[in-house]
Design a protein around this ligand. Structure first.
Ligand code: COA
Length: 183
C-alpha cells in the first residue's frame, strides 16, 4: 500500500508554519501548547502528489530536560545525558488514517534524526489504540509518565476511547547510531 503510493514526499516546512495549525489541531486540544510547538519546533509533512499533506509532525530538541539535573532526567534514568528529541505533535488527515502514513512519517523522522540524536520520545494519552500505534507499529517502548499532564491547560476533561486521560505516557525509541534498536 504505502510503497505503491506514487509521489510520497517528506518535506520540512520552514515558512509560514502556522498555516498547518488546523491540520495538527487533532494532535493536541491545548491550543496555546499546539501553537508553541508549531512555532518553536521543526515541522515536517508527508505530501501526496507533492502538495497534498497526508500526515504531519513537529519535532523538538528536549536534550536539556535530560541533562544532569534537568527537569525530566530523574524520571527516565536511561535517557539522562543523552541527546533526546521529541515528536511533539503527529496527525494524519482523517481521510487517510489507518493506511500506514503516520507510522511511515514517524519512522522516516527517526531515520532523519538518527546521528544528531540518541533517542526520540513521544508522549500520549494512555489508550489501547495509542499503545498499538507507538509500540506495535513504530517500535517505541513505554518509558516514563508526566503525572497529571492532561489535568491542566485543557478546556474540559479529555476522554479518549472511553478513558479519561490523566497522565501522559511517554514512549521512547533509541536511534540506531546510539547502539540499540528499541528502548
Ligand atoms: C494517531 C495517528 C497519528 C495515527 O496515524 P495513522 O496514519 O492513522 O497511523 P497508521 O495508519 O500508520 O497506523 C494506524 C494505527 O494507529 C492507531 N490509531 C490511533 N488512532 C487512530 C485513528 N483515529 N484512526 C486509525 N488508526 C488509529 C491504531 O493502532 C492503528 O492500528 P490498527 O489499524 O492496527 O488499529 C492518527 O490516527 C491521528 O492523526 N489521530 C488524531 C491525532 C492524534 O491523536 N495524534 C497523536 C497524539 S499523541
Amino acid at each position: 500500500m504505502m510503497s505503491a503510493m506514487p509521489n510520497l514526499l517528506l518535506r520540512r516546512i520552514r515558512v509560514a508554519k502556522e498555516r498547518f495549525v488546523p491540520f495538527l489541531r487533532p494532535a493536541d486540544d491545548n491550543e496555546s501548547l499546539l501553537r508553541r510547538h508549531v512555532r518553536e519546533g521543526e515541522l515536517y509533512g508527508l505530501f501526496r502528489n507533492k502538495r497534498e499533506p497526508v500526515s504531519m509532525a513537529v519535532v523538538a530538541d528536549v536534550s536539556a530536560s535530560f541533562a544532569a539535573g534537568g527537569r525530566e532526567a530523574g524520571l527516565a534514568p536511561a535517557l539522562e545525558g543523552l541527546r533526546v528529541c521529541e515528536c511533539a505533535l503527529l496527525a494524519t488527515a482523517p481521510a487517510f488514517r489507518g493506511q500506514g502514513y503516520g507510522a511511515q512519517l514517524l519512522m522516516r523522522l527517526c531515520g532523519l534524526y538518527d546521528g544528531a540524536y540518541d533517542a526520540m520520545i513521544v508522549g500520549t494519552g494512555e489508550t489501547p489504540r495509542m499503545r498499538r500505534f507507538y509500540e506495535g507499529r513504530c517500535g517505541f517502548r513505554p518509558c516514563f509518565r508526566r503525572a497529571d499532564f492532561f489535568m491542566g491547560g485543557y478546556p474540559q476533561p479529555l476522554i479518549e476511547d472511553g478513558v479519561q486521560l490523566r497522565d501522559m505516557l511517554v514512549f521512547c525509541r533509541f536511534l540506531r547510531s546510539q547502539g540499540g534498536g528499541g528502548a
